[in-house]
Write a protein that binds this ligand. Structure first.
Ligand code: KIV
Length: 297
């Protein structure tokens, strides 16, 4: 599952926009999802605070903690995906002093292994975004539907409709670019507005529910693979139905255990190591560790 060629850095964001090539971003939260994302050829991985909903079972992203984010970033980084890893700053981690905000972001970089952080919000976040960038921490902005504002917004609603709201969003996007953000997520905004913003600012926009005029797209891993079916926003395209396939596989496993079909002879060990095949008694996968101690038969 190794990506061939040179490892990508954050410079891929600017390069794709300059070259007119769409950026492909996908969330991942652990080793397996990061390996799959990298093998699929994404340009960057976002360790989103959506982890709170699709992995940790919270109703929204607000309960996600710094510890949660560092934990999941580390797992993603262990996949060595050879593409940039961007970590969400969770709710509460940047609504504090600039010093504390920078300290929190540094944990995601130094302990979590991320190369950049994402911060929700526009003009009201000027101090913290400037402080992060001054501390050499690359920042991805996030405007439109910012899920951490769900209480203030009164739900998950399309943002930027109407002239006044659209003007505010355009101004915020220009500010984020001016402060030095390297890219900007636009979530759930009208396509025409997202296209206008993408043409107006020098940094790439990455859309989710913001139409085809953005410089790139991001989706949540579990949504696009049909693993999380709790919510299905209009903007999600399901490229696979792995949730259903997994349920069928588990049901077959349960049936085979109950019927005595599994484990079959091929899944069992004799009291003597097999001498045939590779003769070394080495493992199934060729890896060390848990599987590495297993006998190959
Ligand atoms: O947390 C997340 O996954 C996100 C994306 C939806 C942009 O913020």
């Amino acid at each position: 599952m190794e990506r061939k060629g040179k490892a990508l850095t954050l410079s891929v964001f600017g390069r794709r926009k300059r070259d007119g090539c769409k950026l492909v971003v996908l969330t991942a939260y652990d080793l397996t999802s990061a390996l799959i994302a990298a093998a699929g050829g994404v340009d960057a991985i976002l360790v989103g605070d959506s982890v709170g909903m699709v992995v940790l079972g919270h109703e929204n992203t607000l309960p996600v903690t710094m510890d949660d984010m560092v934990h999941h970033c580390k797992a993603v980084a262990r996949a060595k995906p050879r593409v940039p890893i961007i970590a969400d700053m969770p709710y509460g981690s940047f609504h504090v002093s600039t010093e504390k905000t920078v300290a929190n972001a540094l944990r995601l970089i130094k302990d979590g292994g991320a190369q950049a952080v994402k911060v929700e919000g526009g003009r009201q976040r000027e101090d913290v975004i400037r402080a992060l960038i001054a501390a050499e921490i690359p920042v991805m902005g996030h405007l439109g539907l910012t899920p951490q504002s769900v209480n203030r917004l009164g739900g998950y609603k399309v943002q930027g409709r109407g002239a006044a709201e659209a003007a505010l969003l355009r101004e915020d996007a220009a500010l984020l670019a001016e402060w030095g953000c390297f890219s900007l997520v636009l979530e759930c905004v009208p396509s025409a507005l997202a296209e206008t913003v993408s043409g107006e600012i020098g940094i790439p926009t990455v859309g989710i529910g913001a139409g085809a005029g953005c410089d790139g797209q991001v989706l949540v891993f579990h949504d696009m693979l049909g693993l999380f079916t709790g919510l299905k926003p209009k903007f999600v395209k399901r490229y696979a139905d792995l949730g259903e396939a997994a349920c069928k596989a588990v049901a077959q496993y349960a049936e085979e255990v109950r019927d005595g079909v599994f484990p079959g002879p091929e899944h069992q060990y004799d009291d003597q190591p097999a001498s045939g095949k590779d003769g070394s008694g080495s493992n199934v996968s060729g890896q060390s560790g848990y599987l590495g101690d297993m006998e190959k038969e």
